[in-house]
Design a protein around this ligand. Structure first.
Ligand code: ZN
Ligand code: ZN
Length: 220
């Protein structure tokens, strides 16, 4: 199995046990990708946030399995650690969402102080803006789909990417159907980008389909 830069707190789809969410540590910086409703309890148990100077939370879209415990995490960091969370997101309702769910204004900033990220709009569900992104983490260029029904928006970013993290599902429709996407994902891997599958609705069947030709994300 390929070694991935990101470690995951979960890799399930929306109704699974552990929401898809990943983290990365770089000295005093902590990056979290998505903060769904199962994520807060894992963060609380596994991390000592005293260690970090900057805590970034990237939010791809506002479904509960991606943003469900975001305000709670912000509150926790503010009251227990006196730390201001830096939320990185292009969601048009992110500020409204944080206000409505009780994150104190002074406890977070949105899109400040980190320029090494570019959001990539994608198609997931109607009436909700959803994004993947490209991020530079030390020497690695990473492309991450978030929840997506299609690969197309990400292809221009993959030419020189080191790692590609993609939604993979059996059902398809609002997610990437692995059966249809497999040839293209294998091609991406052949072009020297390591492909990692996440947000799985049926891991056993997906493993049968990909037969060790692609990697799955590693969990904490
Ligand atoms: Zn999801
Ligand atoms: Zn979603």
């Amino acid at each position: 199995m390929k070694k991935s830069t990101l470690t995951f707190l979960g890799k399930d789809s929306g109704f699974g046990e552990k929401n898809t969410s990943a983290f990365y540590e770089d000295g005093k910086n902590f990056f979290l990708i998505d903060c769904g409703y199962t994520v807060f309890n894992i963060l609380k148990k596994k991390f000592d946030f005293k260690r970090y100077e900057n805590i970034y939370v990237i939010i791809t879209h506002l479904h509960g399995d991606h943003a469900g415990s975001l305000s709670h995490f912000i509150l926790y960091l503010w009251f227990l650690y006196h730390k201001k969370t830096i939320v990185l997101s292009h969601c048009i309702h992110i500020k409204e969402y944080l206000a409505m769910t009780g994150a104190p204004e002074e406890a977070y900033t949105v899109n400040s102080g980190f320029d090494e990220i570019e959001f990539i709009p994608t198609k997931h569900v109607p009436k909700m803006d959803c994004y993947g992104f490209q991020i530079q983490l030390q020497e690695k260029k990473i492309v991450y789909t978030g929840d997506t029904a299609e690969l197309k928006p990400f292809l221009p970013y993959l030419k020189d990417a080191d790692e590609f993290y993609t939604d993979a599902s059996i059902e398809g429709t609002i997610h990437l159907k692995i059966e249809d996407a497999l040839p293209e994902l294998l091609q991406i891997q052949e072009n020297h980008t390591d492909v990692f599958l996440m947000h799985l609705d049926n891991e056993i069947t997906i493993r049968e389909i990909v037969q060790d030709k692609l990697s799955f994300v590693k969990e904490l």
